[in-house]
Write a protein that binds this ligand. Structure first.
Ligand code: 6PG
Length: 244
């Protein structure tokens, strides 16, 4: 029996199917915008590694509009980019050498500046890309946002009870104290930035995510529940996560 699930949830057989479904969404997002640049916001953590490897692998590499996509990060840990905890390092390793990403299209979070200055600098990076300092309804910043779900219901580095949840203006925020391991300072996109999107995909796999999913389905006000989009918010779950 599957859990009562968030609206927009799709249950797939396993983590591989979740990764492939997400890859298909990315291909579709690019096809929806022929000839246009496309902004994709990457998730950190371990779940999306397979997706990133798929995109640069033989089944998808030729279908990804590499020259048109700009890659951003939903959050990162305030560690050096070559640190094992860095999402930049995780993404680089997962994409491997099969991803012909132009150097100017990979927009890292400047975690070397520290949480406060790094958040301010990343907000400027986003605004420079967007071409304005204020987000306009109907002109989303991101074409696709990829997110994960933490066991405490966090997403990106928006943790329960932390001040970044209340940030309603800045596009990125410092998170001096993470709510879950790794307990290092973070930089996260805020709800307004994540909401400025055409499509949001949550990738959630494994039995360890049953509890937060159950809590979300019960209507608990967890950070992940507050994510909105100008388009669809789609939950891609594997059976292990969705089972009651
Ligand atoms: C991070 C992510 C974080 C992640 C969840 C789920 O930097 O860690 O942004 O929000 O998506 O914690 O992580 P897993 O995919 O490893 O379960």
């Amino acid at each position: 029996m599957t859990l009562p699930l968030p609206p927009g949830a799709q249950v797939l057989p396993d983590a591989e199917a979740v990764a492939r479904a997400a890859a298909d969404h990315l291909v579709a997002v690019c096809a929806d915008r022929p000839g246009e640049r496309v902004a994709v916001c990457l998730s950190g953590g371990s779940t999306p590694k397979r997706l990133y490897a798929l995109l640069s692998g033989p089944d998808y590499a030729a279908r990804v509009a590499w020259a048109r996509i700009h890659w951003f990060f939903g959050d990162d840990r305030v560690v050096p980019w070559d640190d094992p905890l860095s999402n930049v390092r995780m993404v680089r390793e997962a994409f491997g050498h099969g991803a012909p990403i132009p150097a100017t299209h990979l927009h890292f979070i400047p975690s070397d500046l520290g949480a406060e200055a790094g958040a301010a600098a990343y907000a400027r990076t986003l605004q420079d890309y967007y071409g304005a300092d204020a987000l306009e309804p109907g002109r989303p910043l991101f074409d696709l946002v990829l997110l994960g779900l933490g066991e405490d219901g966090h997403t990106a580095s928006l943790f329960p009870g932390k001040p970044a949840l209340r940030e309603a203006a800045a596009w990125a925020a410092p998170v001096p104290e993470a709510g879950m391991t790794p307990f290092v300072p973070r930089i996260t996109l805020t709800y307004p930035a994540l909401a400025s999107s055409r499509r949001v995909l949550f990738l959630v796999t494994g039995a360890g995510k049953r509890d937060p999913l159950r809590r979300l389905a019960a209507g608990e006000d967890l950070p992940a529940a507050r994510v909105t989009s100008q388009g669809q918010v789609i939950w891609l779950l594997d059976a292990a996560a969705a089972e009651a």
